[in-house]
Design a protein around this ligand. Structure first.
Ligand code: ATP
Ligand code: MG
Length: 263
């Protein structure tokens, strides 16, 4: 795959399967590989991407651009890990009323990064459709449990009906000691190839408690490694497992000093 310059939405039928975790960490892994990506908070009713990164709440949002208070460049937040994020305020009606304007503006982000990842709202409702609508490609996330896999199929079909290319499925929170739907069956049921199998990993929880991506916090954890492999696949690079560089370690240290200093 070679998705540079494209917009990819990260979607799921069932909620809580790991879309935000994957969108943020793929962006973080790409940053380590030297690619700039921007994560767009497409989950307007329950935005968590900004919270995961420690913005509570983000003071500059896409709504500020719609209101003419800030330029698009000014609402691109840059986290200490290098992840870039464009977030929304909770004012859904404001966004809905300006849908066309917001749409055009978000499409412009393509010019400002190598890859744009839209962290969609769960389900097949308006939020998810808007995220799919705005994107060029779709990545579907599921857990290896039947209800989630069936919902993944709904997403795949919706995206294809909207004439979008489905890149494939990411199976998240795989726990090999539990009976779970095997990959082969997921591919058959959801009618799309599985691109990555990410383990249930406590490093994911730990990393978010520091508001830092797992790909940087524990790059060689099972989840960190697999998400980095997925990121490499999306941009057509060969995956190489890497320790944190001196700069990565310094950024994390500065981040910790900063969050400690917060009131
Ligand atoms: N591989 C993993 N291992 C352990 N915990 C995980 C993993 N992936 C996600 N989680 C945890 O699962 C929870 C839900 O993840 P996340 O918020 O990314 O899901 P989501 O699909 O974006 O949810 P929503 O539909 O509400 O937007 C979080 O607490 C996250 O830390
Ligand atoms: Mg989410």
């Amino acid at each position: 795959m070679f998705l540079l310059g494209e917009i990819v939405s990260v979607v799921s039928g069932k909620g809580g399967v790991g879309k935000t975790t994957i969108a943020l960490n793929v962006a973080a892994a790409l940053k380590k590989m030297g690619y700039e990506s921007i994560v767009v908070e497409g989950n307007v009713t329950s935005p968590t991407a900004s919270l995961y990164l420690g913005y509570m709440p983000a003071h500059r949002t896409i709504n500020n651009v719609l209101n003419g208070d800030f330029a698009l460049d000014e609402v691109i937040l840059e986290h200490d890990s290098g992840v870039k994020l464009v977030t929304c305020s909770l004012a859904l009606p404001e966004l809905a009323a300006n849908y066309n304007k917001a749409f055009t503006m978000l499409r412009k982000l393509k010019e400002k990064a190598d890859l744009v990842l839209v962290d969609a709202g769960a389900g097949l409702g308006e939020e998810a459709r808007s995220a799919i609508d705005i994107s060029d490609f779709v990545l579907v996330v599921t857990n290896p449990e039947m209800p989630s896999v069936i919902d993944a199929l709904r997403c795949v079909r919706l995206a294809r009906a909207m004439k979008k290319k489905v890149l494939g499925i990411v199976v998240n929170r795989v726990n090999v000691s539990l009976p779970q739907v095997p990959v082969k069956e997921i591919e058959e049921i959801a009618e799309a190839p599985v691109l990555a199998e990410i383990r249930e990993d406590r490093a994911v929880h730990e990393s978010f408690s520091y508001n830092f991506p797992v790909t940087h916090f524990r790059p060689n954890s099972r989840a960190g490694n697999e998400i980095s492999r997925l990121a490499a696949l999306l941009v057509g690079e060969e995956f190489q497992s890497k320790e944190n560089s001196f700069l990565d370690r310094l950024n994390f240290w500065l981040h910790r000093v900063k969050i400690k200093a917060l009131p």
